[in-house]
Design a protein around this ligand. Sequence first.
Ligand SMILES: NC(=O)c1ccc[n+]([C@@H]2O[C@H](COP(=O)([O-])OP(=O)(O)OC[C@H]3O[C@@H](n4cnc5c(N)ncnc54)[C@H](OP(=O)(O)O)[C@@H]3O)[C@@H](O)[C@H]2O)c1
Length: 329
Amino acid sequence: MSKGLVTLVGGSGFIGRYAARALVEKGWRVRVACRRVHNAIDVRLAGPPGWVDVVQANIRDRASLERAVDGADAVVNLVGILFEHARQTFEGAQTDGAALLAEVAREKGIKRFVQISAIGADPDSRSPYGRTKAAAEEAVRERFPSAVILRPSIVFGPEDQFFNRFANMARFVPFMPAIGGGKTKFQPVYAGDVAAAIAGAVEREDAAGRTFELGGPRSYSFNELYDIILKMIDRPRFKIPLPFFVARPMAYISGAVWRHIPPFSWGLLGDPPLTGSQVEMLAYDNVVSDGALGIRDLGVLQLESIEAIVPTYLWRFRPYGEFHKPREA
Ligand SMILES: NC(=O)c1ccc[n+]([C@@H]2O[C@H](COP(=O)([O-])OP(=O)(O)OC[C@H]3O[C@@H](n4cnc5c(N)ncnc54)[C@H](OP(=O)(O)O)[C@@H]3O)[C@@H](O)[C@H]2O)c1
């Protein structure tokens, strides 16, 4: 017997896959809703046969959302984008989409709504990512007052976009750009711990209507994270300070190229190296604020550290991969 059904909108992505496993382990059936179901077929392996289903939905399309949440007890919104791409805009995917989903969930009588936001969600942010995440929080609260809002710092795990990206960059460049001097602070949190927090947000009565900031066991400056990554992959590199007044124009131009010029905008040439929105986010510390409710308030007491987890997947960026012998040896 299952506890009920949870729809994970955006459940085929990095965090969604961990959330699906955590919820199944807690006894929930899961319905994963995303646009490209062909990329998500293997998500069904997150649980025993029949426990995890995949359906097609677009957060900008009401009819598909109505089908996706039909019969669910809880809905988790995991849709978020790091850069704009074709018709995927920050406004459409992050704010309007969240508002529409919360409205549909309320109309369908869903009991629990969980909105995955981000530390850095701020109506005054210079980053459209941060501004639209803040607007999404407000829109969700208006339409679904008992919604639980989770704001993670950067999330790590084998499929992450942070440690993998910078480790990969170190393979090709002789120096690493320390944007803004590399002083920005982060509190990386493991994807498995975020997933446990999502399960807590779905289940716990005392979470209703609250906002939680999710961070890992300690915070690090951008420079410290570079040092850890470079040591783990045994590729010594200089860190060159890149002031914001230099990084901003470079990033805005690269973002605009990827947004508007085919075949970049068709995704044929991968993700943009850096966008204006990402640089703007780097201007602010990304750590749990004093006095905020945190991951432990959702019952996640044992937190994984980057030192324990990240080496288990960054080894592939070492010069000789799994056969690499560290230089000191
Ligand atoms: N990863 C981090 O470090 C981090 C940190 C803080 C906050 N967050 C937030 O956590 C959430 C999940 O992040 P993630 O890293 O798991 O993202 P992700 O890997 O990029 O996954 C995004 C998911 O959203 C789906 N999606 C995108 N556009 C959609 C649309 N228009 N309609 C329906 N589904 C759509 C994607 O599948 P399709 O493309 O197939 O639709 C995918 O399943 C996001 O809101 C993100 O902002 C992430």
